[in-house]
Design a protein around this ligand. Structure first.
Ligand code: DC
Length: 230
């Protein structure tokens, strides 16, 4: 059967990765979480004193020098896609608020995007891949056979994110704080100069504010089978 490329883009915390993971599993495709790659670079910058988490100042010259040497890998560990930074598992750390609140300025840097886009294109060059992010259908794989743009209201997304953090034992944040972070990231992601978050002209729109994960999976699996059959 033909192995296609599936690009899933959309706003923060709208369930893109759950959708992409489930779809990749159903189809037996490789799943790539590109947000985790930007998060790993952010963690690297924080750990190496190249970014100040308070002022969000970045030492761009040092980061640009180092970027080609950073090793980011994603592997299945106990059935879960897990991110490694220079050989160390960073899956937990890259989801923490310290990284979430610093990742958008890092993802807005042209040299960071150029490097990560190149790595992502290498990972997907054989097809048979489901990749989620912000610029997959517009920049990474403009010729992807299926493009999906996912969204949900900011309030619904903040509620989901809060539940996720609480399930991990983080009860330090209020709904208002999480909502503020979601809205800030939406703004920066959609207004940056390089590859801003926009729906590709040929992407199918899915608003999942009112959908269960099961309903969402059903819709996208049908879209995938339609695209594979063409
Ligand atoms: O999907 P996520 O929340 O893990 O993404 C983290 C950040 O990385 C988010 O602020 C947007 C950015 N990002 C991006 O600019 N391009 C991508 N392809 C993926 C993520």
């Amino acid at each position: 059967m033909k192995k296609i490329t599936i690009a899933i883009d959309g706003h923060s915390s709208c369930g893109k990765s759950t959708m992409a993971k489930n779809l990749a599993e159903e189809l037996g495709y490789l799943y790539v979480d590109t947000g985790a790659m930007y998060r790993a670079v952010t963690l690297y910058a924080l750990q190496n004193g190249m970014m100040d988490s308070e002022s969000k100042q970045i030492d761009e010259a040092r980061l640009e020098k180092a970027i080609g040497q950073i090793n980011i890998r994603q592997e299945q560990v106990n059935g879960k896609v897990t991110t490694f930074l220079n050989g160390t598992c960073v899956e937990e750390e890259i989801r923490q608020m310290r990284v979430s609140s610093c990742v958008s300025p890092i993802a807005a840097l042209g040299f960071v995007r150029r490097q990560l886009v190149a790595w992502q294109q290498q990972m997907g060059e054989q097809g048979g891949v489901v990749m989620d992010g912000r610029d997959i259908g517009t920049t990474v794989f403009p010729n992807a056979e299926l493009k999906i743009f996912v969204t949900a209201s900011a309030k619904v997304r903040a509620q989901r994110r809060l539940l996720e953090l609480q399930a991990k034992g983080d009860t330090s944040l209020t709904l208002e704080e999480v909502l503020k972070n979601v809205e800030e990231r939406d703004y920066i992601d959609s207004h940056r100069e390089v590859s801003p978050l926009v729906q590709a002209k040929d992407a199918r729109l899915l608003d999942n504010s009112e959908l269960t994960i099961g309903q969402q999976n059903e819709i996208v699996l049908k879209w995938a089978h339609d695209a594979i059959g063409q």
